[in-house]
Design a protein around this ligand. Sequence first.
Ligand SMILES: [Zn+2]
Length: 248
Amino acid sequence: MSFYFGEKSWPELEEAIKKNTLVIIPVGTTEEHGRHLPVETDAMIATLYSDAIAEELIQDNVPVLLTRPIYYGYSMDIVTRWPGCLKIRTRVFMDYVYDMIDNLMKMGFKKVALLDCHGNHDGLLRTVMREIADAHGKFICTLAPSKLSKDVYNQLKKDPEGDIHGGEWETSMILAYRPELVNQNEYTSVDAIKCNNELRGPVSTWGLQDTKTGLYGDPTYATAELGKACLEAGTKESVRILKEFMKL
Ligand SMILES: [Zn+2]
């Protein structure tokens, strides 16, 4: 059975509202990911996670619908040095996401979850979450499946420095599920992470190290096995948290 919001008729959506169905909005973006990955990498990862999460929730009898992913969002100017980024200004992006959720709530949906699959959106999505709570008296859920897979990722990764953009982790995800889109001839380690790791977080990572090819990491370590393991781990944790959210 389809779990895509857009494939339902309005009477089917009316039924879904009566069942207190969870609506998941996968949020990716479109921007360069080095010379070897497609520009839709984040939106593809958002799709992979949201499909896997919805399938597990349905199996566990949690009613769920998925909107199509958000393909375009906010990125810092640094990635616009290369073609591929259809940059949306922060306030336009926030208003867009806000309006989607505002209308879901006006229809009668009470449970909404944002799946954050792009590094520049965290603060923006969490602010929208708070604005929705102010307007509707209902807390939505914002979670980042990739962050929830970090234990498995840290166990399996080969790059001691990890991945920030287009390196071992993201390349492994696309290699696992869309290998035909990964150009392995273009792998390079020139943008391997060399920055002060303690400042990753307190300082925007793009401010810690320059990039020659649009990467911030080393794709030469990527494997499909790592990608599959991260998808499974992030899905399992997200499903666990979403089930808790549904009890609220
Ligand atoms: Zn990315």
